[in-house]
Design a binder for this molecule. Structure first.
Ligand code: ADP
Length: 453
């Protein structure tokens, strides 16, 4: 595995360090130049003390020639040398050099840089007029800025070296950890063994967090796989019984000479079982479309009072065993797909009727509370035990299979999905033996005053 993970940060850090070195060089050069010029000025002021004018000419004391770091040459006004010598390397260059009064100029000869300054000496009323020319070689000048710059360079180089060594070491260890994770991922991919997990005890917290996140993702994928397998087996299981009945009836009819009445009976059975298969397929299709967002949810005004009244009117006619529906309807509006919301209310009513006792009452209420419109269906039937209450919203879940042979255990799962797609929810309050209350909540939507148009 390569070390790209730290390569770019290291390149950037190196570039920044080089930039810092260049800045230090620029600043230190300016400071050194200022320092040298200052030294030259001071040395020249000092040197003038050792020059005097006698009757017979210029008198130069020996100390004049030994001032630290400086070379002095005394020039006549025509530029010829009266006393002293130029440094060897500067001799040629100096001829072309113009040194204005009170200014220090620099001249480069080969790899060396020199600073040159002139001071006019002499008496105004005499014919002797001279210049003292002071020269300092940059490399001989002892500027503390040069020392500071050197120490800074060394520091930067040490830090850079440390970062590079640490970066390579770190990248090797990180890439080893990532390599390990890659191998696990690849082995999951090739063996399809979704139960495999990545090691989680790495030295680096970031890699550890990544491994944990991957493992959580694998947990969810595994759970999803299991759910899908379960789903397929549940569908097969639910289809097997009605299809077996249809096949058996067909076989029976083919093998025997039956009367018209017997044929009618068989057709009735086949019709009922086919309707059951059809209803399972319709529910599965609804769920799958909702899962994949392939269903277009209409944005209509939902008048809960109106919807409940029309659903219950149909129901009143179908009710058996003396069961009756009591309505307590208060104004409640929301937005959504009337067709889908009718499916939810019908599912809740079907269950309430299915699990009510003979001559039982089913209360249906509508209203608004805390920003939500609701439809509430209460029965006083068998109720649901606490441990089942969360699971009844799972697909194909039935609390007691023997008591619900007709249902597939899909009604509440579908209803919950529809509620969620509308930004709502379904709640259940139930007590075993006493009955259950299912409530569909959707966001309140004020009625659009259509009568104004
Ligand atoms: P189905 O479509 O088969 O009725 P549901 O998803 O609607 O399935 O319900 C799942 C299970 O929840 C039912 O099999 C039943 O055990 C339980 N259940 C639902 N509603 C009620 C209720 N009102 N009273 C008692 N049990 C209920």
């Amino acid at each position: 595995m390569n070390h790209y993970i730290v390569l770019w940060p290291m390149v950037v850090i190196t570039a920044m360090m080089l930039l810092m070195m260049m800045t230090i060089r620029l600043l230190s050069n300016a400071a050194i130049e200022y320092d040298i010029k200052n030294d030259l000025r001071k040395s020249m002021n000092q040197s003038l003390k050792y020059i005097s004018f006698e009757k017979d000419g210029l008198k130069i004391e020996d100390e004049f020639w030994y001032i630290q770091d400086c070379t002095f040459v005394i020039l006549r006004t025509d530029g010829t040398v009266e006393a002293g010598n130029y440094p060897e390397k500067l001799k040629e260059k100096i001829k072309e050099l113009e040194v204005p009064e009170r200014l220090t100029v620099s001249v480069t000869s080969g790899t060396e840089k020199y600073y040159v300054r002139d001071v006019k000496i002499g008496r105004e009323h005499t014919k002797w007029k001279y210049y003292v020319r002071g020269i300092i070689k940059k490399s001989d000048a002892d500027s503390h800025y040069a020392t500071i710059a050197m120490v800074s360079y060394l520091n930067i180089i040490c830090v850079l070296a440390a970062i590079l060594v640490w970066g390579l070491f770190y990248s090797k260890r990180v890439s080893r950890a990532l390599d390990d994770m890659c191998k696990t991922a690849e082995s999951i991919g090739t063996s399809f063994d979704i139960t495999k997990r990545m090691t989680e005890n790495y030295k680096f917290q970031e890699v550890e967090v990544l491994a944990q996140a991957n493992n959580r993702m694998l947990d969810r994928i595994e759970q999803n796989f299991k759910q899908q397998k379960q789903f397929t087996s549940d569908v097969a299981h639910e289809l097997r019984t009605p299809i077996a009945v249809v096949l058996a009836q067909c076989q029976y009819a083919r093998e025997r000479m039956l009367s018209v009445e017997e044929h009618e009976e068989i057709l009735d059975v086949i019709f009922r079982q086919s309707k059951k298969i059809d209803s399972l397929i319709i529910q599965l299709l609804h769920l799958s479309r909702l899962d994949q967002d392939r269903i277009e949810i209409q944005d209509e005004t939902l008048d809960f009072v109106e919807i409940v009244q029309s659903v219950c009117e149909e129901w009143q006619e179908k009710l058996q065993n003396g069961i009756r529906i009591r309505l307590k309807l208060e104004e409640a509006y929301s937005m959504g797909d009337i067709g889908l919301i009718v499916i939810v209310i019908q599912n809740l009513l079907t269950n309430a009727v299915k699990f009510s006792r003979p001559y039982g009452v089913i209360d249906v209420k509508t209203g608004e509370a805390s920003g939500e419109s609701y439809v509430q269906v209460t029965d006083y039937g068998i109720g649901i035990a606490k441990e089942h209450q969360e699971q009844i919203f799972q697909r194909f879940y039935k609390c007691d299979k023997s008591r619900n042979a007709e249902g597939f255990g899909l009604g509440l799962a579908l209803s919950k999905k529809i509620a969620e797609k509308h930004g709502g929810r379904i709640t259940v309050i139930s007590e075993l033996g006493k009955g259950s209350t299912f409530t569909l909540y959707l966001p309140v939507q004020k009625k659009i005053p259509s009568e104004n148009f």
